[in-house]
Write a protein that binds this ligand. Structure first.
Ligand code: PAF
Length: 272
């Protein structure tokens, strides 16, 4: 595997290979990333994975500092998967140039996580916009667990006419239903069990809405249930229509239940 640390080396690589597939990450690789990488490799053996923990998308210095990092494990995973190129830029290489495209932030950025993490999606798009400009990939692989991020990147790419197509990949879950997430590394065993209990309650709620054909979706009781399990902070529990991105009202809409809550200091999100 070739590790590219400098922008000029990346520029040379792009001159050589002009249709890369791209998997952007912040490291702390897990089975969810592995799926993105495997799908990318299947489409194109010239797959480039980036690892860059982007400080601009964190809401506090402490969250940035405590974000799990394990570079040696990441390298092992990437080598096992036979990834050809790893791009591991530094802050200056990413942020010292003026990108061609300005960031386009669709209004969906004001909902869900956008309400509770001011500046987060602007930070995500800032780095993704720059990575797309540098790498010019044919495809970019993104996970549906971060659905809001996925949609906002899609809207930006469409608006700016960027010639990269998005491949959206399913969420990968542990046997107990917990979605793989880098932040799970900061959960102890007891809290992991609690997290998966909560996600299962929400999954059941969605099933109930569908089964009982409820004409009015009301998530206040399930919210209370979760608070009763000792959860002190819920950012949101919302049913969102996946097509029009508005609050879903009825069972027969194509919706997912989106949630974000804290267990101790660890913020978890999911949707299904
Ligand atoms: O999903 C992530 O890991 C990050 O938000 C991304 C897309 C790599 C941008 O920093």
């Amino acid at each position: 595997m070739k590790i590219i640390r400098q922008k000029k080396d990346l520029v040379n690589l792009i001159k050589e290979i002009n249709s890369l597939s791209f998997v952007p990450t912040m490291g702390g690789l897990h089975k969810g990333h592995e799926l993105l990488i495997k799908k990318s490799l299947k489409k194109n053996k010239f797959t480039l994975v980036s690892i860059f923990v982007n400080p601009k998308q964190f809401n506090s210095k402490n969250d940035y500092k405590t974000y799990p990092k394990n570079f040696s494990k990441d390298i092992k995973i990437l080598k096992r998967l036979k990834v050809k190129y790893l791009f591991q830029p530094n802050y200056k290489d990413i942020f010292s140039f003026k990108p061609k495209n300005k960031i386009y932030l669709h209004s969906f950025s004001r909902q869900l996580c956008g309400k509770y993490r001011p500046g987060h999606f602007r930070g995500v798009l800032n780095v993704v916009n720059r990575l797309l400009e540098l790498i010019k990939p044919k495809h970019i692989f993104l996970g549906k667990k971060d659905f809001q991020q996925l949609i906002l990147i899609k809207k930006h790419i469409e608006k700016k006419n960027i010639k990269t197509s998005i491949v959206a990949c399913n969420t990968v879950r542990e046997n107990n239903f917990l979605p793989y997430s880098t932040r799970n590394n900061n959960l102890n065993k007891k809290n992991k069990t609690l997290a998966c209990k909560i996600f299962k309650i929400l999954k059941n709620e969605k099933n109930t809405i569908k089964r009982k054909k409820l004409k009015k979706i009301n998530l206040s009781i399930v919210r209370r249930k979760i608070l009763n399990l000792g959860i002190k902070k819920i950012d949101y529990i919302e049913a969102i229509n996946l097509k029009n991105l508005k609050k879903a009202k009825r069972f027969n809409e194509n919706f997912n239940i989106f949630s974000a809550f804290y267990i101790d200091k660890v913020r978890l999100i999911d949707n299904f």
